[in-house]
Ligand binder design. Structure first.
Ligand code: SF4
Length: 368
């Protein structure tokens, strides 16, 4: 790719800007061009315009807390540094009571969401996952349980013999309110084969979310970028998510996740550049015209770049988190969480209005 914009590039960018300003949907070629252009500032400006139209100057965050109930996992995804085999040093599986004790030790006032994920532990039955949620619901009835990835739900169908719908209904009875977005990686079966993504395939990932949406559950969705995938793979990923959103309108937010570097098995030994991270946030904002929010995840791109990304289309900075584990196992050098004051400072510093939200983007407090 030439680093000097040609007049053809400028013409192509102007055509895309026209489409964006007239609310016309971008296609695969548009998305790939935006990845390949070096005109980062025009790209950012367009994404910023779209975001300002949708959200004004508001930027959202939540007081939440991450819980990892087990790191034992039957899968061996090439990029994962979190998983352990049963019996390995550091392998653990928390009982419902142990989860409660962990939360009681670490929870701070104002936490309104638990973000709960873990390994595919086939040494415990499906009932373990139901009971864990029920224990948390009984002890913390006012905290929203956003739990499990679509890949974990797919895994539960395999260990229980139940359908996706039956698994989701059982978990809903125990208090499940929303699914997390993980497990999407890159929605390409070829990528999944090469990267040894030993979990739900593309169809199953989408089918779990479709089923949840049809049950009235709003969910989250991600894209883990920065390994062997092409720009076209990323844009196709966004388009598949966009198609499902057209069908169900069940996604709350799209979360681009920048791959972390400590992944020897996957051959990934460098971070994505800030340029690539900003482009991905801006292109997500432009491609996903039917999403209200694009999230900048400070755990993976750092608080400073998160702040800059608020001028490149992002309208959400996730939340307080407290002791993130998965990205840090993979080499993240960022804080494991931020306080409410730090998030408010970060958003205000970018000239935006911090809005504390609940899981479903209902506004709790506006920090004018
Ligand atoms: S990414 Fe998830 S499913 Fe894959 S090995 Fe890690 S914990 Fe297991």
């Amino acid at each position: 790719m030439s680093m000097i914009a040609t007049s053809n590039d400028s013409k192509r960018m102007a055509e895309i800007a026209e489409k964006v300003r007239h609310g016309e949907r971008l296609n695969l070629e548009d998305g790939v061009f935006l990845y390949e252009t070096d005109d980062l500032l025009t790209l950012g400006q367009l994404a910023n315009e779209v975001n300002l139209r949708k959200n004004g100057k508001k930027v959202y965050f939540i007081e939440n807390m991450s819980l990892y109930f087990t790191n034992v996992c039957e899968a061996r995804c090439a990029f994962c540094n979190f998983r352990k085999d049963l019996g390995d040093e550091g392998a653990y599986t928390l009982s419902g009571q142990e989860m409660i004790e962990y939360v009681e030790q670490h929870i701070h006032p104002g936490v309104r969401e638990f973000h709960i994920v873990g390994g595919h532990n086939n040494h415990v039955p499906f009932q373990y996952y139901v009971d864990s949620l029920q224990a948390l619901t009984d002890r913390f009835p006012d905290v929203t349980l956003k739990a499990y990835t679509a890949a974990e739900i797919d895994f539960y169908t395999r260990i229980s013999g139940l359908s996706i719908e039956e698994v989701l209904k059982e978990l809903q009875k125990a208090g499940l309110k929303s699914l997390t977005g993980g497990g999407a990686e890159i929605l390409s079966d070829e990528y999944r084969k090469k990267m040894k993504v030993e979990k739900a395939n593309v169809d199953r990932y989408l089918e779990v979310h479709r089923t949840a949406h049809n049950l009235g559950m709003k969910t989250h969705t991600t894209m883990l970028y920065g390994a062997i995938e092409t720009h076209e793979d990323r844009v196709r990923h966004m388009m598949q998510i966009r198609e499902l959103q057209d069908e169900t309108n069940g996604f709350l937010v799209f979360i681009p996740l920048s791959m972390q570097p400590r992944n020897k098995n996957a051959g990934i030994m460098r971070r994505n550049s800030a340029y690539e991270d900003l482009k991905t946030i801006a292109i997500s904002r432009l491609m996903l015209d039917n999403f209200d929010h694009i999230k900048a995840y400070f755990i993976n791109i750092g608080p400073q770049l998160t702040q800059v990304s608020l001028s490149f289309g992002a309208s959400d900075v996730h939340g307080t988190i407290l002791k993130e584990r998965i990205s840090h196992a993979a080499g993240a050098l960022t804080p494991e969480g931020l306080t409410r004051n730090e998030l408010v400072w970060l958003i205000k510093g970018a000239g935006r209005i911090p809005v504390e939200r609940d899981t479903f983007y209902n506004e709790i407090k506006v920090y004018e």
